[in-house]
Design a protein around this ligand. Structure first.
Ligand SMILES: *Cc1c(COP(=O)(O)O)cnc(C)c1O
Length: 489
């Protein structure tokens, strides 16, 4: 099949491997390596367990390597093409990070070794905390939380602990309608009631709406800045002042930090607690359900509540310290997802002051796409954006083409679809975040593909409704796929 009306530069056509389950593939007697003959007497097994043959597949090493390599080709990844998934910062993960994380001193460090034998890993974690504090402008950091959402949960526990220390129990948290779904979930999980806050016609927070809802029963507000429309919250200082004046706290969802590293001082902007997503901004692997990391950065006033243990330095020696009586406790075993921390450390050390350029380029790339596509796709907020821009399917609606059709067809042009139907305040949203790691030629290829699809909406709507036809699976019944997944290849 040819891709019409466009240059099929990076299309998804080509080999698609069929691959059976390991059980179907194996054959009795195959092994990866030979074991020496059994030369000890069999011990009796409880309940005749030895008689029951375990249903393990029997395979050679080549079988196993090919199986997983073939399965890996079913996935689209940042290593195979552009992945402009808005709000997710799917940036390239530099391979030097992997190299540093596999250094034996890190990779083979046993978490139960005494501190005296773990000085290198402890110093790395300590320095990473200092770097993240420097990058955000905040005072103290805990690397324990394993995801952005767990960082939010930590933040909400910190809010509760702070108010408790003041002899107060506040019950509500303000959450803008542009927030990521994890924000209200984290607030609810920590026992707060999430109060929705409407953004204004420009897609940002209006101080008067905050003033209307903010009272002395409200623990604070969760603000994502830049927000999930890719817009900078210009009124942040006024919002902060309103919340602080009622004794509330400001939570910064820093998942979008990729737009503002080295540019915005988060403490200066009034944030009390902020999480970062190392698997977004700091180039550690993202997706596939693998380990993430969501460090929490706080002001000096919030530091006593941070999770324990903390890493402290005394006379050049690094050690864990549990002696923080107001702490919310432990959030993760040991000290977070350690090997992910090494990767983020490697990224920061590779770039140093150039991190600012990362954000500048991420913003430039998003604005380039916005300007190039805004005559083709409806742009609900026509103003300079930060790291991502949001279009809709409004122009295509008369042709009966939806955001979903565009997303599915993009796969045939070789691009991972952008985030769709989020944020919820934009009907039919198509949210594009190219990141700084895409070059102009690749941005242009994406723009060409988006334009070609808009042209197809006029000339060949049927093709768009049927897409994708050349991928491993066609258009899925997503509800049934989620409710009754069939995992067999
Ligand atoms: C990704 C994201 C989160 C949640 O982070 P996870 O690491 O996926 O738990 C929260 N807020 C925003 C704005 C995000 O983009």
């Amino acid at each position: 099949m040819t891709v019409r009306n466009g240059t099929p530069k990076t299309g998804t056509r080509g080999l698609i491997f069929n691959e059976p389950l390991l059980w179907e593939k194996g054959a009795a007697g195959r092994t990866g390596f030979p074991l020496p003959a059994d030369d000890v007497p069999q011990a009796p097994q409880p309940n005749g367990a030895a008689d029951k043959a375990l249903d393990f597949p029997e395979l050679s090493e080549v079988d196993v390597v090919r199986h997983y390599t073939r399965l890996s080709h079913w996935n689209f990844s940042v290593d195979s093409g552009m992945y402009p998934l808005g709000s997710c910062t799917m940036k390239y993960n530099p391979k030097t990070n992997e190299r540093q994380a596999s250094l034996p001193g890190f990779a083979q460090a046993h978490p139960l070794l005494p501190e005296a034998l773990s000085q290198g890993p402890l110093k790395m974690a300590y320095d990473l905390e200092r770097y993240l504090a420097h990058i955000t402008g905040m005072d103290a950091v805990s690397l324990q939380p394993a995801a952005g959402s767990q960082g939010e949960l930590t933040g909400m526990l910190l809010f509760a602990a702070y108010h408790k220390s003041k002899g107060e129990k506040r019950t509500k948290i303000l959450i803008p309608d542009t927030a990521h779904g994890t924000n209200p979930a984290s607030a609810a999980l920590s026992g707060f009631m999430a109060i929705p806050l409407k953004s204004n016609d420009d897609g940002i927070l209006e101080p008067s709406s905050v003033a209307e809802l903010m009272d002395e029963d409200t623990a604070g507000i969760m603000v994502t800045n830049p927000n999930t429309l890719g817009l900078f919250e210009k009124n942040i200082r006024e919002v902060v002042d309103i919340v602080h004046s009622k004794g509330g706290l400001v939570y910064g969802d820093g998942a979008n930090m990729n737009a503002i590293m080295g540019v915005v001082d988060m403490k200066e902007s009034g944030v009390d607690v902020l999480h970062l997503n190392l698997h977004k901004t700091f180039s550690t692997p993202h997706g596939g359900g693998g380990p993430g990391s969501g460090p929490v950065c706080v002001t000096r006033a919030m530091e006593p509540f941070l999770p324990v243990p903390r890493i402290v330095e005394k006379n050049g020696r690094y050690q864990f310290d549990d002696d923080y009586p107001l702490s919310v406790g432990r959030l993760h075993a040991f000290y977070g997802n350690f090997s992910i921390l090494v990767r983020a450390y490697s990224y920061i050390r590779s770039l140093g002051p150039e991190l600012k350029k990362v954000s500048q380029l991420a913003v430039l790339n998003a604005n380039y796409i916005k300007e190039k596509l805004k005559d083709t796709y409806h742009l609900p907020y026509d103003q300079p954006c930060m790291h991502e821009c949001v279009f809709t399917d409004k122009n295509l609606a008369p042709l009966k083409i939806s955001t979903l059709d565009v997303a599915k067809r993009l796969m045939e042009y070789g691009f991972h679809p952008p985030t769709v139907y989020f944020p919820l305040v934009v009907s039919g949203a198509i949210m594009v975040e190219p990141t700084e790691t895409e070059c102009k030629a690749d941005l242009d290829a994406f723009i060409d593909a988006m334009k070609a699809i808009a042209a197809e909406a006029e000339s060949d709507a049927q093709q768009l409704h049927e897409a994708p036809t050349i991928t491993k699976v066609r258009r899925l019944d997503e509800v049934t796929a989620a409710r009754k997944p069939i995992l067999k290849g």
